[in-house]
Design a protein. Sequence first.
Length: 257
Amino acid sequence: MRLENQIAIVTGAGGTGGIGEAIARRFVAEGATVVVCDIDEEKARGVAHALGPRAVPWACDVKSSARIDAMVTETVRRFGRLDILVNNVGFTVPGFLRELGDKDWHHVLDACLSSTFYGIRAALGPMRNQKSGSIINIGSAAGVGGAPGLGVYGAAKAGVISLTQTAALENFKAGVRVNCVLPNAATKPLLEWFDTTPGGRRTRAAIEAYSRCGSPDEIASAVLFLAGADSSYVNGAILPVDGGLSARQACVDAEIE
């Protein structure tokens, strides 16, 4: 098993059939003990119960640095180390920039970007002390190109990419690797969500025309690779897992008035 005796935290892993849950499931199957983190305690408990005794539920609002610090501290206290952190939480408010308010901007940046910074910062302490660790951030193709209707989300995910590269450079000699995975639409709820965004139906049609929608398990496979020893020399990588969609362009165009 590729992650035998490893200790991992996966954020946004509540039972929604999404990427975080798929990652947690793969990690447990490969021998890891996984802290299943979600803002919804009931969902975290449900996933942990389904995954068995090596899954531990943890309710945490990742927009709070204090709560992330507490989760990491308790994980290390209980298990003695932290080997893997997956910053998976994502959130957006769809709309053109002219339509969005200050609260929308701050909410999306706090959920997507600030939470990633808090997670990286908290995990680096124990990982640098033990001279090993892998941090995987979940980004988006929206972070590498313009995405009408998803501008705030794209800005946040661009920040995630930059944080990944900087953290990778700052910590590799201390034994810590930091990488980023860029999925396309990888869950049915996300695909359906496209229909609510400006020009979203065109976005969905373009994904389906040039590629296909990925599955959470396919994203989890890439994360598993980055978490384990097979990727020991992979650091600072920004890995598209999108069926080739990004070979066309980072994001497809929406209708703009």
